[in-house]
Write a new protein. Sequence first.
Length: 401
Amino acid sequence: MKISHSGRDASRSFAMVIALAVLIGLNLRPSMAAIGPLIERIQADITASYAQIAWLTSLPVLAMGLGCFMALRLAERVGYGNLIGASLLLIALADGLRLTSASVASLLLTALAAGIGIAFIQASMPALIKHQAKQQTPLVMGWYIAAIMAGAALSSTLAPRLADLSGNWRHGLAVWGLLALLAAAAWGLRGQILPAPVIRRSQSTPQVSLYRQTRVWTLACFFGMGTAGYTCVLAWLPPYYIGLGWSDASAGTLLGFLTAIEVVSGLLLPALAQRQDDRRPVIFLALIFSMAGFVLLALAPLRWPYLTAALLGAGIGGLFPLSLIVAIDHHSSPQRAGAISSIVQGSGYFIAAMSPLAAGMVRDQLGNFAMAWASLAVMMLVMMRICVQFDPRDYQWVIRD
């Protein structure tokens, strides 16, 4: 009976870990994803070019990159728990301030603030998940990252409809602050769910700097290129289809469908990858889906729009969590793995931030996004070549302690 009771407690505790990770994850994309379907309304109210609008996605991604480098140092000072709680409140504040936005500059300020909060959470959560979930880390990471994508799906689908109901696009952006407040309250009441790992300050020989290790930068480039596809789709898929004659609600629904597929893929592909130590076969599958989706998006966007979105969702949705999983696979220590994850995300987001900006410039110059989608298809081929290197038998040699 004691064993059975203990098993039920463990299962309940694990379910609460997943539930809290999901609630946190839901808040990490609405600040960016709600923008795309409302671009036409924003441009009608606030004069801005496509390149300027691109900064509403690129700036928070840049902030996410910078914040990843700062997060672990801040966590040492204030604790992981306090850092994540404060970050959720910062996201809530940034979203709420959009109610008063009257210029591109004010929107950019809120995008920067939200990006910093998102960065601190994204840099901290992998270490906390690995600390508690251990061998089940890929499963919890899958739920967590699927929730990130679900947040994008909800916000991109509902933002134009909320704007229609209220008659003001600002409401479609600001309402997501309420979800961040709910997550902040749940985080404060979490008890022993997702406790912070003990930060050990070694008194012996210092560890070899991760910044000097080639594999860490390879992982960062891999993550950055994969995320570049995600951020470009997030920013420009709705405007692309609006430019092809779709309504903003229909374009937002298409992005919502794509991100819903991402959620499913973000759960299934990491679960499939968990069956073996070598993640490469599943990563290749995600890359093939992504490349096919970008090719269709460039060459035949109106012929099979939902098939195109499904392929992109299946590819991008699996690639994002798998890139993080393969990064933290490289070390058994939660703290060391968390440090690798921070560098990978921090550097990778700087790469990814350039994608929406470059695509916006392409749109301003050529009047179409097709060349941007074609470039991302080629990038998937480059990622396949990089992926060949991720043999788990080599991890103990390529990351030095």
